[in-house]
Design a protein around this ligand. Structure first.
Ligand code: PLP
Length: 852
């Protein structure tokens, strides 16, 4: 297939791009040597690959710190409005390569490491993922930090420094087994502890009514220690801060009252306090109402708001004059990533009313103008509804404040709809049925000036469905901000071959303005470009195949279609539908072994929440089907099924660039946006998907004919809900479906335990909320259309190019620009902060320039 290069094509290699100054290389080698010896205390005779990684990480970090300090000085001088992104999750992945790319150091580092006889990829593989997230929500927060820094916003990410991130997943006998993610074992070169800024967080206690107002007393105190991580913007000298809090017991913990005399026990009990930041809850899209989780949520909120208010009070503008909070919303925007940090709303009210002595109405007005809330899901089991009883014990003053907020809120509703008692019940912050609970989404809506969904279709659903009453009350509050991904990590870093090819075609400016990818439409009929794109994909597939062989001893056919379904395992994401397709393909091969078949490698990966039984059964089913398919000699090279163990950010970076077909097959109306879908589109995969989440907008951007769209739309699903979903009907009408289900039921894939999958079968027939069978037929047909196109590699690649060209909308730079201008009231800037090589006065100068 690969034709020889023409001379003109060969000469593309002659380019200024990627050339490094010798001084830079010499400096990096010097830094590397210095850190290996003085920081790590190793010489080359005893240094391990990990030591070399740390030596390089420290060298790169040295290039960050000057810019980091400079950026913070610049913010002090210019005193812009600060944006605070509050999130219980930041799914950062690795930092080394991202830092090198954003600082423009990658080529110099590559050359230095090469000259030292080391392998850059080997070193990069030594870095632990910062897995402080579950999936899309946490990864979104990480992409947003990159874009906020790249757009020059004075932004801060605030969260928890979990000692254990998302568990490591092993597959044993086809079952998921969890292992603790001890990611800090070897130290974290990217963080800086700031013990001098430690802050107290209070729990329990009681409320005392005094002449000066309510007082929260007799509390238990836990200290929050900040750890700062630098967030470099792309090539703009901006370095923002992600501040993560770690729980520390006060030194007098348990030594004052009941444990007097048992010093040893008191020291051992310090763990109780410090457990608050021990481990990330591993649920994706699921609410588990545990006390420790509520403690975590309040921990980040309480520590962060103290920091925010301290920064406001000591800012250049505020300091000196009399203290006033009137300007607070002009200086502070706080974005709540889902309801997880919702307690920030009553906490800010508590600070204003109880501590700063503002009157209630003033405090409420400032609070509402400060907060904005992003909803991430409509699934009822994911919505946080904390028992009143628990709040009463843990945060008694906050519960009082929530009740007072609710009183004013319901009075207002009652004044508008005096007879409508049901509406008042529906809109209450307190749910009464089955034990009193606080509906945290309702609290966030009432306490914010903006509420957004994360894709058009999702934002419409929240307006017309779950938050309908609220949107009728305040229609202008409800917005859409379609999610995005950072093109730095999800193109430059993970797919340098494609990034370079695009740069050759349209220049390098697209990295900061991804809409420029549209220019690639001019190359859709360019044979050389088509061949180059196809070649990059083939190289990526080969590389991924080599990785699988090296790490897992599995061989796959690089000429087959790589059909990839990676995301958290969830019934709504319908990995089961994919599994039914796999078995259907298997049955067709068995029925007709000599018929033509488009070879496929189906790769499925993702973690199941440890307590999610059905998700774990789904993994076992997939691995059991894989066992049968992969060991059947009749199948040969035509079909392989791989369960990709321990899917995480660094593995996403490997598999996504190697993908031909991206599976985005959730039941319409259930996936709020998805961001995996965007990563695949940008990396030259075609999408097979439902009209759900951001798939809808991907189809709109690329043209529906350039995606493989199938299945029910949201309206069809609603109609079926009204009529009643009858799984049996599809089973009876579709012979291939019947065969597949009969095989699973009869133990064909679990011969030693024929009953193993009976819960799955029972669910599919009797309580399948996500209607797998209803989309089966159309899904299979759609897969056949994908096969037909795949056989014509040229036409396939043309469609790939059209998709890449249409993916510009899904840059998180676009998303953040929209948040900045439509919610936060700040403006992105392409101003470059003077680097540390320039004198300090350059900052004041740049600050003045910005004010003009
Ligand atoms: C992007 C990403 C996700 C989100 O994927 P969806 O397909 O949108 O659910 C989850 N996990 C990781 C590691 C990711 O990089």
């Amino acid at each position: 297939m690969a034709a020889p290069l023409t001379d003109q094509e060969k000469r593309k290699q002659i380019s200024i791009r990627g050339i490094v100054g010798v001084e830079n290389v010499a400096e990096i080698k010097k830094g590397f040597n210095r850190h290996l010896h003085f920081t790590l205390v190793k010489d080359r005779n005893v240094a391990t690959p990990r030591d070399y990684y740390f030596a390089l990480a420290h060298t790169v970090r040295d290039h960050l710190v000057g810019r980091w300090i400079r950026t913070q000085q610049f913010y002090y001088e210019t005193d812009p409005k600060r944006v605070y992104y509050l999130s219980l999750e930041f799914y950062m992945g690795r930092a080394l390569q991202n830092t090198m790319i954003n600082l423009g150091l990658q080529n110099a580092c590559d050359e230095s490491i090469y000259q030292l006889g080391l392998d850059m990829e080997d070193l990069e593989e030594m870095e632990e993922d910062a897995g402080l997230g579950n999936g899309g929500l946490g990864r979104l927060a990480a992409c947003f930090l990159d874009s906020m820094a790249t757009l020059g916003l004075a932004a801060y990410g605030y969260g928890i420094r979990y000692e254990y991130g998302i568990f490591n997943q092993r597959i044993k006998d086809g079952w998921q087994v969890e292992e603790a993610d001890d990611w800090l074992r070897h130290g974290n070169p990217w963080e800086k502890a700031r013990p001098e800024f430690m802050l107290p967080v209070h729990y329990y206690g009681r409320v005392e009514e005094t002449e000066e107002g309510s007082k929260w007393v007799d509390t238990q105190v836990v200290l929050a220690m900040p750890y700062d991580t630098p967030i470099p913007g792309y090539m703009n000298n901006t370095v923002n801060t992600m501040r993560l809090w770690s729980a520390r017991a006060p030194n007098d913990f348990n030594l004052k009252d009941f444990n007097v005399g048992d010093y040893i026990q008191a020291v051992l009990d310090r763990n109780l306090a410090e457990n608050i930041s021990r481990v990330l809850y591993p649920n994706d899209n699921f609410f588990e109402g545990k006390e420790l989780r509520l403690k975590q949520e309040y921990f980040v909120v309480a520590a962060t708001l103290q920091d925010v208010i301290r920064r406001f009070k000591t800012s250049k503008m505020s300091s000196g004059g009399p203290l006033s909070f009137d300007t607070f919303p002009d200086k502070v925007a706080i974005q709540l990533n889902d309801t997880h940090p919702a307690m920030a709303i009553p906490e800010l009210m508590r600070i204003f009313v109880d501590i700063e002595k503002l009157d209630w109405d003033t405090a409420w007005d400032i609070t509402k103008r400060t907060f904005a809330y992003t909803n991430h899901t409509v699934l009822p089991e994911a919505l946080e509804r904390w028992p009143v009883e628990l709040l009463e014990t843990l945060l008694p003053r906050h519960l009082q404040i929530i009740y007072r907020i609710n009183q004013a809120h319901l009075d207002h509703i009652a004044s508008l709809f005096p007879e409508d008692l049901d509406r008042i019940r529906r809109m209450s912050l307190i749910e009464e049925d089955g034990g009193k609970r606080v509906n945290m989404a309702h609290l966030c809506i009432v306490g914010s000036h903006a509420v957004n969904g994360v894709a058009e279709i999702h934002s419409n659903i929240i307006k017309t469905d779950i938050f309908r009453d609220f949107s009728e009350l305040e229609p202008d509050k409800f917005q859409n901000k379609t999610n995005g991904i950072t093109p730095r990590r999800w193109l430059l870093l993970c797919n340098p071959g494609l990034a370079d090819l695009i740069a050759e075609a349209i220049g390098e400016d697209y990295v900061k303005d991804l809409s420029q990818l549209q220019k690639l439409n001019e190359f859709v009929d360019d044979d050389a470009f088509i061949r180059d794109v196809s070649k990059v994909k083939q190289d990526n597939k080969l590389k991924f195949a080599q990785y699988l062989e090296k790490e897992y001893k599995v061989k796959i056919n690089p000429a087959s279609m790589f059909d990839v379904h990676v995301k958290r395992i969830h019934e709504y994401k319908r990995q089961l539908l994919n599994c039914l397709h796999i078995i259907t393909m298997y049955n067709r091969i068995k029925k007709n072994p000599n018929a033509a078949f488009v070879p496929r490698t189906v790769i499925i990966g993702g973690k199941a929440a440890p307590g999610y039984h059905m998700a774990k059964m789904i993994i076992k089913l997939i691995t059991s089907v894989a066992d049968v398919v992969n060991n059947d000699p009749v199948v040969g090279n035509k079909l392989r099924v791989i369960y990709l163990e321990n899917y995480r950010v660094s593995l996403a970076e490997k598999v996504i660039p190697a993908t031909d077909l991206s599976e985005q097959i959730s039941t319409a109306g259930t996936e709020a946006s998805g961001t995996g879908n965007m990563k695949f589109m940008l990396n030259g995969a075609l999408t097979i998907g439902t009209m759900d989440g951001a798939n809808v907008e991907m189809a709109e951007e690329a043209g529906e004919e350039n995606l493989f769209i199938f299945g029910m739309r949201v309206d069809d699903v609603a109609e079926m809900d009204n009529a009643g979903y009858d799984a049996m009907k599809y089973y009876k009408e579709l012979p291939e479906l019947k065969q597949v289900i009969d095989q699973i039921k009869s133990g064909f894939f679990s011969p030693r335990q024929p009953e193993l999958f009976k819960e799955i079968i029972d669910m599919l027939f009797n309580h399948d909320r996500f209607k797998v069978f209803a989309d089966f037929e159309d899904y299979i047909k759609c897969q056949e259309r994908a096969n037909v196109l795949y056989q014509d590699q040229k036409e396939w690649t043309k469609m790939v190019i059209k998709n890449i060209a249409a993916s510009g909308k899904f840059s998180s730079d676009r998303t953040i620009t929209d948040y900045a201008t439509e919610i936060w009231g700040v403006e992105p800037t392409d101003l470059k902060i003077p680097p540390p090589s320039e004198p300090r006065e350059a900052i004041e100068e740049a600050a003045r320039a910005l004010k003009l």
